[in-house]
Design a protein around this ligand. Structure first.
Ligand SMILES: Nc1ncnc2c1ncn2[C@@H]1O[C@H](COP(=O)(O)OP(=O)(O)OP(=O)(O)O)[C@@H](O)[C@H]1O
Ligand SMILES: [Mg+2]
Length: 374
C-alpha cells in the first residue's frame, strides 16, 4: 500500500551501533531494521551552525515537544529525526516515518489513523494506523506540506490533545507520541498561499531546527567525506586510500546543491570506480531526459521506454567507468563487476569510443564506427 520515495537513509551505509526499530511506511508498516546512526561527531560536525543545533537538540531530548526540521534536500532532516528519536525519552517506542508526499490523501488518512472493520468496502479487518504504532515513540511526518487541508485539521487535533479516531470508529483514542515534522519548502509561503494552516504551523513549530546546506558548513566536508569513505571501503570491501589535501580542496570548493546526499554519492563513486575525477563537473549525460513519444494510437509504450531508459543508464555508467579508468577496458570491467567480454559487447552496442564518447553520450553511433576500438 505504501509508496517508496527511494531517498530514505543512506543507500550505501549500514551504520553500526544502535539497533533501530524503525517503522517506515516505505517498508509497509512496522519493520525492525538492524543498523545505527553515524557517530554524533559526524552528524553534527564542527561548524558553528551545527554546533548550535547540537546544543538545541540536547535540550529537547528529555522532552516530547513537537519539532520542526527544515532544510534543503539532502541536508540530513531524516537522519536528524532518527537521531532525536533514538537518543530521546521516546526511544522505547517505535520510530514511525510517514512520507506525506508519497501517499495520496484519502489513503494517507487511513494509513495514519487506521480504520475499523467494515468502514469501507475493502476494510475486511480493523487496522491500527501509524499514529497508534508511534504510541510512546516518535511519529515523523516527512514532507508535511503535502498533507491536504482536511488531514491537517486532524493532525492539528492530535497535536492539541493527543486524540484521534480510526476511520469508521466512534471510539476516541489517545496517543502519546512525539511528532517531528520536516519540509524543504518555505512554510510562510505555503501559509500565505492558503495551502498550510497557520494554527498547525504554530503547533508543529514549538522547536524549530533549520539545517544548513552543505555550502554553509564547508568546514564539515572533509570530516563527512572521510567518514563516508571509511564506511564505504568496509561496505564494498575496498581499500581506497584516504583523500589527499588536493582531493579535499576539490571537494570543499563544490556547490553541493544535493548537499550531504550528493557528497555521499560522489564518495561512493570514488570508492567503487577509484578516482575522484568525477568531482569535476559531471561528464556529459546521455539523453535520459529525452521526451518519450506517445504512439499514434495515443498509448504510451511503457516497456519500450523503460528498456530505453535502462540502456541509457547502463551506457552512462559504462562511459563513466571507462573514463575513470582511462579507457582501460579490463579495469573498467572489474570496476563494473562484469566480464571483459560482456563489457566489449556493451561498448559496441552503445557505440562508445574514446573519440566519440561525447557524441555517443547524446546519440547512439552506427555500430561499424565503434568496431575500430582497440
Ligand atoms: N550529518 C550526517 N552525517 C552522516 N550522514 C549524513 C548526515 N546527514 C545526512 N547524511 C546522509 O545523507 C543522506 C541524506 O540525508 P537525509 O535523507 O536525512 O536528508 P533529507 O534532508 O531528509 O533529504 P530529503 O529532503 O531529500 O528527504 C542520507 O544517506 C544520510 O544518511
Ligand atoms: Mg528526507
Amino acid at each position: 500500500m505504501c509508496a517508496t520515495t527511494g531517498k530514505q537513509g543512506s543507500p550505501y551505509l549500514k551504520h553500526e551501533g544502535i539497533n533501530m526499530a524503525v517503522s517506515d511506511h516505505t517498508n509497509g508498516g512496522l519493520a525492525s531494521r538492524a543498523g545505527g546512526l553515524p557517530p554524533e561527531e559526524i552528524i553534527f560536525g564542527r561548524s558553528a551552525a551545527m554546533t548550535s543545533i547540537r546544543q538545541k537538540v540536547q535540550k529537547v531530548l528529555a522532552t516530547d515537544v513537537p519539532i520542526l526540521i527544515q532544510g534543503e534536500n539532502g541536508t540530513g532532516k531524516g537522519l536528524l529525526a532518527q537521531y532525536i528519536h533514538f537518543r530521546s525519552a521516546m526511544s522505547s517506542g517505535a520510530f514511525v516515518k510517514v512520507n506525506c508526499a508519497a501517499i495520496p490523501g484519502a489513503l494517507l488518512e487511513s494509513e495514519l489513523f487506521g480504520y475499523q472493520k467494515g468502514s469501507f468496502t475493502d476494510a475486511h479487518t480493523s487496522k491500527p494506523g501509524y499514529v497508534e504504532m508511534a504510541h510512546r515513540g516518535t511519529l515523523f511526518l516527512d514532507e508535511i506540506t503535502d498533507l491536504d487541508l482536511s488531514l491537517q485539521a486532524k493532525v492539528l487535533q492530535l497535536l492539541q490533545d493527543g486524540h484521534f479516531s480510526r476511520i469508521g470508529d466512534k471510539q476516541e483514542r489517545q496517543a502519546e507520541t512525539r511528532i517531528i515534522c520536516a519540509t524543504n519548502r518555505d512554510l510562510q509561503t505555503e501559509i500565505e498561499a492558503g495551502r498550510f494552516r497557520r494554527d498547525l504551523f504554530y503547533r508543529i513549530n514549538v522547536i524549530s531546527i533549520n539545517l544548513p546546506s552543505l555550502r554553509e558548513r564547508r568546514e564539515d566536508i572533509a570530516l563527512l567525506a572521510d567518514y563516508f569513505l571509511e564506511q564505504l571501503n568496509k561496505r564494498f570491501e575496498r581499500d581506497m586510500p584516504a583523500f589527499s589535501e588536493e582531493n579535499i580542496e576539490s571537494l570543499s570548493s563544490r556547490e553541493w546543491r544535493g548537499n550531504i546526499r550528493e557528497l555521499e554519492n560522489v564518495v561512493a563513486r570514488y570508492a567503487i570506480l577509484g578516482s575522484l575525477d568525477t568531482v569535476e563537473p559531471e561528464a556529459p549525460r546521455r539523453s535520459s531526459a529525452a521526451p518519450f513519444r506517445v504512439a499514434l494510437d495515443g498509448t504510451i509504450p511503457l516497456k519500450r521506454i523503460a528498456k530505453q531508459a535502462i540502456r541509457e543508464m547502463e551506457g552512462n555508467l559504462i562511459l563513466s567507468a571507462l573514463r575513470e579508468n582511462k579507457w582501460n577496458r579490463r579495469k573498467a570491467a572489474l570496476a563494473l563487476s562484469i566480464s571483459y567480454r560482456a563489457l566489449i559487447y556493451k561498448i559496441r552496442e552503445a557505440g562508445l569510443s574514446p573519440k566519440n564518447s561525447r557524441k555517443a553520450a547524446q546519440a547512439k553511433v552506427p555500430r561499424d564506427k565503434a568496431e575500430g576500438l582497440e
